[in-house]
Design a binder for this molecule. Structure first.
Ligand SMILES: [Zn+2]
Length: 320
């Protein structure tokens, strides 16, 4: 699973806070144990001394010393436990490590541990929630859409939205690497951004890595990666190419030139070939894609994406 460095950095900070809290709790437990049971402090010291001495002896050629010290310490450990349990109770015994796999380090070798991966998932969810504060399917208000039949499409914006909502929910619920790429078109304020944010959030909650960018920001990132020496810029661009689902919001609002066109083509094409679904929302009309991005990009969007036109008038201006 690929996450942005930003997500990984916040997840690592969250893990560090957990580790700190775990350590603090352990220290205050130990302090209290030593206060009530001073003999436990002596036992702890004895165990440390046993080990240090054993290591010294082992270095001098007495390999058996370590095993002997381990045995002694096991007995001391058992006595220590029994004493604490009898006097202070179970809660004062050493707790399970922060993570059974990595001990709280976040990595097993070079591999990210499941505990840190879980935190990444949570952090990504938080970021997406910030992005789309209201972006949850259940908050989608169909009554905002007019129920008057639209002359061009032969159905009302509300019934069209109802269908789109149903489709979006099932898309998010069954999302996988083989899912379609989607193209949402229509005027500003018809719920394209909202619906794509809902999908992004629901897909991320299922554990997939999700990128969500406005088109200007996305194209800026791609452009930056081309000329930058900062490895972070290359990683940002790689994430856009590799994340499980990429949402590009508001395509058509950015400045275009030869370079943005070719960057967009490479991204769209690579993701299609790698079976990485993308959702694009745009105010552009179908014929404008070709004028703006050239035939190569337009044909990918027209033939490889599933197209959903949004109809109606700007919700922010009220119903028709
Ligand atoms: Zn772990």
């Amino acid at each position: 699973m690929a996450y942005t460095n930003e997500v990984i950095a916040s997840a690592r900070r969250a893990l560090e806070e957990k580790r700190q809290a775990y350590e603090n709790a352990r220290e205050s437990r130990t302090a209290e144990i030593y206060k009530v049971l001073p003999q436990v402090r002596e036992m702890d010291q004895q165990m440390r001394t046993n080990m240090i001495r054993a290591v010294q002896q082992a270095l001098a050629g007495g390999e058996a010393a370590i095993d002997r010290a381990r045995m002694q310490n096991r007995t001391l450990e058992a006595n220590r436990e029994a004493l604490i349990r009898a006097t202070l109770g179970e809660a004062y015994l050493d707790q399970a490590p922060l993570c059974l796999h990595c001990g709280g380090a976040g990595y097993v070798g070079t591999q990210m541990c499941v505990c840190l991966e879980e935190l990444c998932r949570q952090e990504q969810g938080k970021q997406l929630r910030r992005l789309a504060r209201e972006g949850a399917f259940e908050e989608f208000d169909l009554s905002l859409f007019s129920d008057k039949v639209h002359p061009e499409f032969g159905l009302s914006p509300r019934s069209m939205m109802e269908r789109l909502l149903k489709r979006a929910k099932s898309y998010a619920a069954t999302f996988d690497s083989g899912s379609d790429s989607l193209l949402f078109t229509g005027d500003t304020g018809l719920g394209k951004t909202f619906l794509s944010a809902c999908i992004a959030k629901a897909v991320a909650q299922r554990g997939f890595s999700v990128g969500y960018e406005s088109a200007p920001h996305l194209l800026e990132k791609l452009q930056k990666a081309k000329f930058s020496d900062d490895p972070q810029d290359a990683k940002n661009a790689a994430f856009l190419a590799e994340c499980d689902l990429l949402v590009i919001d508001d395509l058509g609002t950015e400045m275009v030139n030869q370079s943005t066109r070719s960057n967009l083509y490479v991204l769209v094409n690579d993701r299609l070939q790698g079976e990485k679904p993308t959702i694009i929302s745009s105010n552009l009309r179908m014929q404008e894609f070709e004028q703006r991005y050239g035939r190569q990009v337009a044909s990918r969007l027209l033939y490889a994406y599933t197209h959903y036109p949004f109809i109606g008038t700007d919700l922010r201006k009220g119903k028709i």
